[in-house]
Design a protein around this ligand. Structure first.
Ligand SMILES: [Zn+2]
Length: 271
């Protein structure tokens, strides 16, 4: 999807849904539900125990895998699965009471596969800015619904560095709706969900997959919030082009607005 179609489609969507468009300083139309989501999230108190009931941890061990990270050397190291897995396991052993997590709006050097590259005027442009929060947890960790939601996507993306098993829920509140995305799930548990099913608060959504079925990653949950699905049906970008970040960070608010955990603040964010 090129930049032009992204922005023009968003405008189209706004018209279709009869939203009152607000033009902000960046020259694009801000999603009017941004304020509604933020206002609603302020009144909510979600715990990571609701998302991962079998983990029994709420504290965060923040992990910086940005381009400035001293913890991870470079893309060669990050894409060396056994090496990265060993580093995560060591960090986990050193922080047994914490969940290793982070990454909202983190600019990363690790997205090297062709999935993350486009060419404009003979120049390569890379998607490198992470739109969700990653929680590094063991394979088969159950993921539960922190709020009731309707299944709008239950699919599998088996491309190298894709999502693997993927589920997206739609949450309908009094005066707006938003979506939550769960990536890198086991294929079987993701596909057990049926479009239109309603998952009640507290019910299981799926389980984390391992590298064989999660897109070749060290097991982790990619958790993302979206205010609109744009034109996507069985997919949604989890990483954005830096040049479009003002648009994407508006469409994908910080998931930590739900959890309000200090360890998940975007101190590593380049934006
Ligand atoms: Zn992620």
């Amino acid at each position: 999807m090129c930049e032009f179609s992204t922005l023009s489609y968003f405008y189209f969507m706004e018209q279709q849904e009869n939203f009152i468009a607000i033009k902000n300083n960046y020259g694009f139309l801000k999603h009017p539900n941004e304020n509604k989501f933020e206002k609603w999230a302020k009144t909510q108190h979600f715990s990571l125990i609701e998302l991962f009931p079998t983990i029994h941890k709420t504290a965060i061990c923040p992990l910086d895998v940005s381009i400035n990270s001293t913890w991870i050397g470079g893309e060669e190291e990050f894409n060396n699965l056994p090496f990265f897995e060993e580093k995560i396991e060591k960090l986990q052993a050193e922080n047994p009471d914490k969940i290793i997590a982070g990454g909202y709006l983190e600019k990363r050097a690790l997205y090297t596969s062709s999935l993350f590259v486009r060419k404009i005027n003979d120049e390569f442009d890379r998607r490198n800015t992470h739109l969700g929060i990653d929680f590094w947890l063991p394979k088969n960790t159950p993921i539960h619904a922190i709020i009731e939601g309707e299944v709008v996507c239950a699919s599998v993306d088996l491309e190298h560095k894709g999502y693997g098993g993927l589920v997206i829920l739609k949450h309908t509140l009094e005066n707006f709706h938003f979506y939550s995305l769960y990536g890198h799930l086991s294929v079987k548990s993701a596909l057990k969900n049926v479009i239109g099913d309603v998952i009640k608060k507290g019910e299981k959504i799926a389980e984390l997959g391992d590298a064989n079925e999660n897109g070749d990653w060290v097991p982790h949950l990619h958790f993302q919030i979206m205010l609109t699905l744009l034109e996507y049906q069985n997919d949604f970008p989890g990483v954005a082009f830096e040049s479009e970040i003002e648009f994407w960070k508006n469409v994908c608010p910080n998931p930590n607005l739900l959890f309000k955990l200090e360890g998940l603040s975007s101190k590593n964010s380049a934006f």
